[in-house]
Design a protein around this ligand. Structure first.
Ligand code: GLU
Ligand code: MG
Length: 618
């Protein structure tokens, strides 16, 4: 979850006092990066994934499962290999928000060789194995997006009682002990809540089963006033940990140049909702079946630090902007062409002017000025004074707490042209198996190459992409929803998508609502399909047999997810719960159902059981 500053965290009031300084320095740091690296070109597209793991403790006698709170020493042990031989260990480990979470990436990025596609699944398996081998008996690392009973009584091992009067989150359900002890994470939690002026309030529609009370309303009478403000027919959660305690699959690309990065950012922005729907794996929250299949809206709400004024509930008096979205949200503007930016982009005018005066073009300046409407959320006293040329922490401070569906990343200040302009693809829920996770990664990686090689154009209005993000989270969206997608994705010879967009007059006729099946697999006379386009790209470049075979298996999984021949993880989980003898058709995931569900997930993730419904033929 981004940068780990060390030191003494400042209070929210002190952080807020320094906010302008952080932004001013941050912009100078960005300009310095831009000047140094704008001309950077690299002949090779690099990529790598990030997987966030959840550690789970099983009690096989009691038939219960809890998240296992881990010691920071575990991370140190996992990092031993990379520290001993920097740049040469096959995996790299990082902390994540929950003290029951860890994040892992390949030790170094994959490159342009098609043979690298054969490395990705084994590398994911290796990460799984490395962590599992360090865990105690009955404790397992799991590839789940959300621990189903997160926030239920005794959901963690060891178990702690939440302290709503004194904890950093004030949560009635999520104790501070479940937050990673590095000060960054508790400071983020406290400052988001303090800035907002109230506790976090997350509402997710409940799935109404035959025995679910109607209206569904939990008895919160023993809790504080804020906690009692639950909405009928919604599951209520009150802490950052309910969102940032969830895991995802991200893919980062290094582009060959700044311009290519901007183009990729835009084209992948339109793909985010499609992959979100295909990856759906999050039907359960705080012990209840919800009516949503993906984590997205829950994290959005979990880090929503906007004040009442910014949310439009009170007149603007103390704050500067009305802000329509949380810091965690779908992107607000395209970066390579502005023709389809049809939403209001709230921006920091001073930042915009500074960037323009320094020679940054309108669109990039708009993007950065939009990110810079936010306050820094953490500040460490030792780090206030920063160089504007050799450091970039203040820029990163704002950048890394804008958790958007895509992230555009300049090279780091310390990089001597070794790392280029990058785009991070952030929407996907996590899959149970390395095979599924690797398949999604390959789908996105090969799509980027296809887009660049065939100059494909996926531009649709940003507002339609946002609507797609909303639809993607609906229960069974992959089969039941339609998504706005561009009808003609081809461009004229020699044109990039951005050039095509710039020279066109956008119209409602550019796009139509399509099923995921049509978008992914194509439909005669309607749409060529992403997979067929990617296949034709792969035929053009030629591929060795082994890589071809790996990619075909992955494409087959994506193809069948899109047609419904294979289930999403969310669908599989719902069916598992529905068929469980201890489930009472009341939307409640009790200890026993939770235990059996997680045991099944563990068998499938670690490969001791093959799940045909999820993975297809072995
Ligand atoms: N866990 C977050 C998610 O599921 C992402 C945190 C990060 O940016 O690393 O989206
Ligand atoms: Mg992460």
């Amino acid at each position: 979850m981004g940068l780990l500053d060390g030191g003494s965290p400042l209070s929210w009031a002190e952080t807020k006092k320094n906010a302008d300084l952080i932004r001013e320095t941050g912009i100078k740091q960005f300009l310095s990066l831009y000047e140094r690296f704008q001309g950077l070109t690299d002949d090779c597209l690099k990529w790598g994934d990030e997987i966030e793991f959840t550690v789970v403790h099983f009690d096989h006698d009691k038939k219960t499962a809890q998240v296992q709170l881990t010691d920071p020493a575990l991370l140190e042990r996992l990092q031993q290999a990379e520290n001993a031989d920097p740049g040469n260990s096959p995996t790299a480990w990082r902390p994540e928000y929950g003290s029951f979470m860890l994040e892992a990436t390949p030790g170094k990025p994959f490159g342009g060789a098609t043979g690298d596609f054969n490395e990705i699944e084994p590398n994911m398996k290796l990460r799984h194995k490395e962590l599992n081998e360090m865990l105690a008996h009955n404790t397992r690392c799991m590839n789940i997006t959300c621990f189903p009973r997160l926030g239920c009584p005794s959901f963690s091992n060891p178990s702690f009682t939440p302290k709503p009067d004194s904890s950093v989150s004030r949560s009635a359900f999520f104790p501070d002990e479940a937050i990673n002890p590095h000060p960054r994470f508790s400071t983020l939690t406290r400052n988001i809540r303090t800035r907002r002026g109230s506790k976090i309030a997350i509402h997710v529609p409940i799935f109404k089963d035959v025995n679910t009370p109607s209206p569904f309303l939990e008895d919160m009478s023993q809790h504080d006033e804020e906690t009692q403000a639950g909405q009928p027919d919604h599951i209520y959660m009150d802490a950052m940990g309910f969102g940032m305690g969830m895991s995802c699959l991200q893919v980062t690309f290094q582009a060959c140049s700044l311009a290519e990065g901007r183009l990729l950012y835009d084209q992948l922005t339109a793909i985010c909702p499609i992959v979100l729907a295909l990856s759906a794996s999050t039907p359960i929250y705080r012990g209840y079946l919800s009516d949503r299949d993906c984590r997205w809206a829950v994290i959005e709400q979990s880090v929503d630090d906007r004040t009442r004024e910014e949310r439009g509930l009170d007149p603007l008096e103390n704050d500067k902007y009305r802000i329509p979205k949380s810091r965690y949200s779908p992107v607000s503007c395209y970066l390579a062409s502005e023709k389809y930016n049809d939403q209001e982009i709230v921006q920091n005018q001073e930042v915009y002017d500074t960037l323009r005066t320094a020679g940054i073009d309108h669109l990039l300046a708009t993007h950065i000025a939009h990110l810079f409407i936010r306050d820094p959320l953490t500040l460490f006293s030792e780090q206030i004074d920063q160089s504007t040329t050799t450091e970039s922490n203040h820029f990163e401070n704002i950048q890394s707490t804008n958790w958007q569906s895509m992230r555009f990343k300049p090279p780091p200040a310390s990089s001597h042209a070794k790392i280029g302009w990058r785009v991070e693809f952030r929407p996907a829920d996590l899959q149970l198996t390395p095979f599924e996770n690797a398949a999604l990664v390959m789908f996105v990686v090969i799509l980027t190459r296809t887009v660049l090689s065939l100059n494909l154009n996926f531009y649709i209005p940003i507002s339609k992409m946002e609507e797609n993000m909303r639809r993607a989270q609906e229960r069974n969206a992959v089969l039941d929803q339609k998504f706005y997608f561009r009808k003609n994705v081809y461009t004229a010879d020699g044109q990039t998508a951005a050039m095509a967009a710039d020279s066109a007059t956008p119209s409602d006729d550019d796009y139509e609502e399509m099923s995921i099946d049509t978008i992914v697999n194509g439909k005669d006379g309607v749409f060529p399909g992403l997979l067929p386009l990617m296949d034709s790209y792969l035929r053009d470049i030629g591929m060795d047999v082994a890589s071809r075979c790996t990619v075909s298996r992955s494409f087959e999984l994506i193809r069948k997810r899109a047609t419904g021949e294979l289930k999403t993880v969310a669908k599989w989980m719902r069916d598992f719960v529905a068929a469980h003898p201890h489930y009472k058709q009341d939307s409640v995931i009790n200890e026993r159902v939770n235990y059996d569900l997680l045991m099944a997930c563990d068998r499938i993730s670690s490969g001791t059981e093959h799940c045909h419904e999820l993975e297809g033929d072995p």
